[in-house]
Design a protein around this ligand. Sequence first.
Ligand code: GLU
Length: 506
Amino acid sequence: MERKVRVRFAPSPTGALHIGGVRTCLYNYLFAKQHGGDMIFRIEDTDSNRFVPGAEEYIIEALEWLGIKFDEGVSYGGNYGPYRQSERRDIYRKYVDQLLESGHAYIAFDTPEELEAKRNEIANFQYDASTRMQMSNSLSLSKEEVDARIARGDQYVVRAKIEPNEEIVVHDIIRGDVHVNSSILDDKVLYKSADNLPTYHLANIVDDHLMEVSHVIRGEEWLPSAPLHVLLYRFFGWEDTMPQFAHLALLLKPDGNGKLSKRDGDRLGFPVFPLEWHDPKSGDVSSGYRESGYLPEAVINFLALLGWNPGNDQEIMSMDELIALFKLERCSKAGAKFDFEKGRWFNHQYLQMTDNRTLAELFMKDINAAGVETTIEMAEQVVGYMKSRVNFVKELWPLCSFFWIAPTSYDEKAVAKRWKAETPAMMAELREQLAAWNDYDNAEATEEYVKGWCEAKGYGLGNVMNPFRLMLVGELKGPHIFEITAVLGKDETLRRIDTALNTIKN
Ligand code: GLU
């Protein structure tokens, strides 16, 4: 029988969610939704030393912004809870005891000092079948001694008892079968009496089992843990319901040399976090895609293609299309270079597809922040004329402020070149023509009207349009001149001409 698809995103709340983690979450989501499955949000917080306040809230907010929805988990509820591992202590204890009873795990008392001494004594020391009998544990000590130590309150850990020279196979959807000899593994700590909590490995396996997870899709950095995880499934007798693994290749630095890091973002000026992150310990602020002006749909599309492609050269895909097309089998084994210029390109594309009203609402914030009052209609009109020239909404204001703020000075070089002896008289005449015209909203009609007049007068278009633009904008920039007059309207157009004629002196 086919199992119901259930996947989980299981971050540890140790800081801001890195963009690579977002991609992992996205791939889980696409896979779950394609199969009509469930997407679980689990918080893996058994390592209290690495806990960072605010990280959990940050992760939830970031994924909400991106439109990745969970079916169950922390802050969503569900039938398999609690979903925060620190709230599942009692559950784990039972499974630790089960491994101890079946002989697949043992108790070890070695103090950090004792372990350090061993490391100094034996080169490349590993706690495993070759060394464990030299250590203080329930295999090397008598039962009486072990009981006595526990009774007097000695701290201990529980370690997996890994038999050497066994073949372990990790079936990985992306990588195929990965064969590992158990002799390279160490007797990993599964549980610590000091905080009465399991380590990542045990909690992760027990939860995946109890939450009926069918597929574990996670970053490549967890591949080295997978053989132990396979063994744990064997120890518990859960092989039949073991999830299928898919380990995603790393996101690489833009030049392909090594893993993408936060420092690459700082160095090259692009965000590596979905939202701005204020590190509560260092006080450092790291930029986020949201605050940098990216549209969430663009970020999703961009991330989806970092390590996966649909098998053709289609690039623009909505979340629904991604859900329909995504295939784990098509995920690359090799790392994906982080091409942030491509991210900007995606944002440009999505900006063009977003309706002008929505963009105008975002643009209004920048207009108002500059202390300028306006109407949403005017903002929308400007967005319509100008969005093809920008990658981000925030680039609009510097390009478009002249629509709201009339020039008071004029680019000197342009004046020297374009404002000729005959220009003032010609512009005064143009003003007269424009004063007799009323259909400003219709940019094409205005253009025809003005060009018709130029032709009738025998005036060269360049001799008219350049000074005209200078009067309206203050420099020789901006969109089509009659789009400008359409936005400004008659009164403002005439006012700017008057100001210019009074200000620009030859
Ligand atoms: N807690 C691990 C993390 O932070 C989860 C790894 C896994 O998905 O098994 O990524």
